[in-house]
Design a binder for this molecule. Structure first.
Ligand code: NDP
Length: 330
């Protein structure tokens, strides 16, 4: 499949160009808002053409991967959908749940495939955790704790830490991933959230840390911590059930790494999992979905729902109130 890249981004350079090529895709174009950058990015990554015009970026391609800053996703996705292109869009899908719903409904109406690039549900570790939960190994889930406090690397300390208009802040950046991961594991959608946020040295005009608690329809409780400022915390997820607990360390990451352990009455057991690339699996499933042979790992509805949870966390932290998650009618 021939792809166009909308956005000369770091995530494309570090992960997605390789993943698209590994899944058999060819990258025909890259679009940047700056002509010199478009040309240098195309040359650096062996892409046929670097362009500044969105329609030129879509010329002769079947699919686009959108990885511009967040405020640009909606208009670019709508143009691609209108042009009949399949769309793999970065998270958060848009700046509002209503915009994300519009994008997903437009893709449905146009009959194109729409995916959201939530990488974590593609990890071997998370697939193994989900299977343990699904097969009843820990009984009924009582609670989930997500540890996703990292230190934002210097080369990413741009719009994320000082530009709310571009979608900066740790909640749009990381809470969306945690929302998707928890939904993936529990197969249900958060109902209500309470939250607090702060900025402790990195965020300027946006939060660099957030903590929240979510209620789930089953009665399970979820606790999450996201941050840009924690150099030594490590990441993880714990899922506690009536018959056992899953303790996973360093699995909230872009790499296929970390440890998963099952703890039960009889003791503890290390859980084996596949170490395939998260992004290659995501792109491979998306390409199959475009051919009508699979569904994307995370589709448009998943992208709307992860954004809806993050938006509720943001609102709850802003108002100091419990907020019901509004999924925009989807
Ligand atoms: P970047 O800051 O690297 O890229 C975003 C935009 O910034 C680019 O489209 C580009 O604009 C501009 N830009 C990038 N580098 C430079 C530079 N050196 N000089 C000038 N302009 C530059 O963002 P990320 O790649 O970190 O994030 C992009 C999107 O991907 C976001 O929506 C983010 O949330 C998402 N993301 C998702 C991840 C995942 O695992 N799913 C991980 C990381 C990010 P232009 O195209 O106009 O040149």
């Amino acid at each position: 499949m021939r792809w166009g890249l909308i956005g000369a981004s770091t995530i494309a350079a570090e992960h997605m160009i390789g993943a698209i090529r590994a899944s058999g895709g060819q990258i025909a174009t890259v679009m940047s808002s700056d002509a010199d950058r478009a040309a240098s990015y195309a040359a650096a990554h062996d892409i046929d053409a670097g362009v500044t015009d969105l329609h030129a970026a879509m010329d002769g391609v079947a699919a686009v991967y959108i990885s511009t800053t967040n405020e640009k996703h909606m208009a670019q996705a709508m143009a691609a959908i209108e042009a009949g292109k399949h769309v793999l869009c970065e998270k958060p899908l848009a700046m509002s749940v209503a915009d994300a719903v519009t994008m997903v409904k437009a893709a449905d109406a146009a009959g194109v495939t729409f995916g959201t690039n939530h990488h974590l549900r593609n990890a071997g570790s998370h697939l193994a955790i989900r299977e343990l939960i699904e097969t009843g190994r820990i009984g009924d889930v009582l609670s989930v704790r997500v540890f996703h406090a990292v230190h934002l690397p210097p080369h990413l300390q741009g719009w994320r830490i000082d530009n709310p208009d571009a979608g900066g802040g740790v909640i749009p950046d990381i809470t969306v991933h945690d929302a998707d991961t928890v939904r993936f594991h529990l197969d249900e959608d958060p109902v209500e959230v309470v939250a607090m946020k702060t900025a402790r040295g990195m965020g300027q005009g946006v939060e660099d840390s957030a903590m929240s608690v979510w209620s789930m329809p089953s009665g399970a409780m979820v606790q999450t911590h996201e941050s840009f400022t924690h150099a030594h915390a490590g990441t993880g997820i714990e899922v506690h059930g009536t018959e056992g607990s899953i303790i996973a360390r360093n699995v909230m990451t872009q790499q296929p790494t970390g440890d998963v352990m099952l703890r039960f009455d009889g003791g503890e057991q290390a859980v084996e999992y596949s170490d395939h690339s998260l992004y290659e699996r995501a792109v491979g499933l998306f390409a199959k979905a475009c051919a009508g042979e699979a569904r994307p790992a995370a589709d448009g509805v998943d992208g709307v729902k992860s954004l809806a949870v993050a938006a509720a966390v943001s609102e709850a932290a802003e108002k100091g109130q419990r907020v019901t998650v509004d999924y925009g009618g989807i």
